[in-house]
Design a protein around this ligand. Structure first.
Ligand code: ADP
Ligand code: MG
Length: 215
């Protein structure tokens, strides 16, 4: 994967060869600028590699049209980010229900599933709160509820604990482990935090756009 620059293309990822099995929990670690987010964006169908092949949940995604990719992304992948990316004017319940709205799920079913997801994340009593009325840890749990409400098979979390105090970070990691066990969710977590990385079953290390230990 290269990005264009005034001086020509700048290569950001090279020779990435990686298999993640269903149900794995992987940490992706590496210095700032090493390509972690770029790799997550490709895995998450938010960006494309310039070469190579990518198979997601049995579907080869290379060359698929943008609308097919968007549908596959909506149905297969949940995202969590460091800065939560919640919509401030919507309640927790409305934020969580939003991906289902994009999918065309009716109002009653959306609310039912969103309540269920919030309850799984211990937020039943915060449904009508807006992000500004919640702590950072609670906001990240709302974001997690939104990420899983559509029953994805893959959860991609880019520095999910990066904005949290250590107690909230531990609670988010415990919830990830619980979701992995209960829903057989495959999880890839980008992190700088060795405590977080140690809680993952597998550790992928990237340096200058290459996975260490890979052929
Ligand atoms: P990380 O998440 O590990 O900090 P990134 O994947 O964000 O790293 O970035 C990897 C490299 O690609 C960096 O050198 C960064 O400056 C560059 N980069 C990232 N996004 C873009 C972009 N949209 N355009 C140009 N260069 C980019
Ligand atoms: Mg990054």
């Amino acid at each position: 994967k290269s990005y264009a620059s005034a001086a020509g293309p700048v290569r950001v990822l090279s020779d990435i060869s990686l298999d993640v099995a269903a149900g794995e929990v992987c940490a992706l670690v590496g210095p700032s600028g090493s390509g972690k987010s770029t790799l997550m964006n490709i895995v998450g169908l938010l960006d494309r590699a310039d070469a190579g092949t990518y198979c997601l949940a049995g579907t080869v995604v290379d060359g698929q049209r943008p609308d097919a990719l968007a549908r596959l992304r909506n149905q297969t992948i949940g995202f969590v980010f460091q800065a939560f990316h919640l919509i401030d004017r919507l309640t927790a319940l409305e934020n969580v229900a939003l991906p289902l709205k994009y999918r065309g799920v009716g109002r009653a079913e959306r609310d039912h599933l969103a309540r269920e997801a919030l309850s799984r994340l211990g937020l039943s009593d915060r449904q009508q709160h807006r992000p500004g009325e919640l702590s950072g840890g609670q906001c990240q749990r709302v974001a997690l509820a939104r990420a899983i409400v559509g029953r994805p098979s893959l959860l991609l979390a880019d520095e999910p604990t990066g904005s949290l105090d250590s107690a909230s970070a531990a609670s988010v990691m415990a919830l990830l482990a619980e979701l992995n066990a209960a829903l057989k969710l495959t999880i890839v977590v980008v992190t700088h935090d060795p405590v977080v990385a140690d809680q993952c079953g597998r550790r992928l290390e990237i340096r200058d756009g290459r996975l260490l230990g890979a052929a």
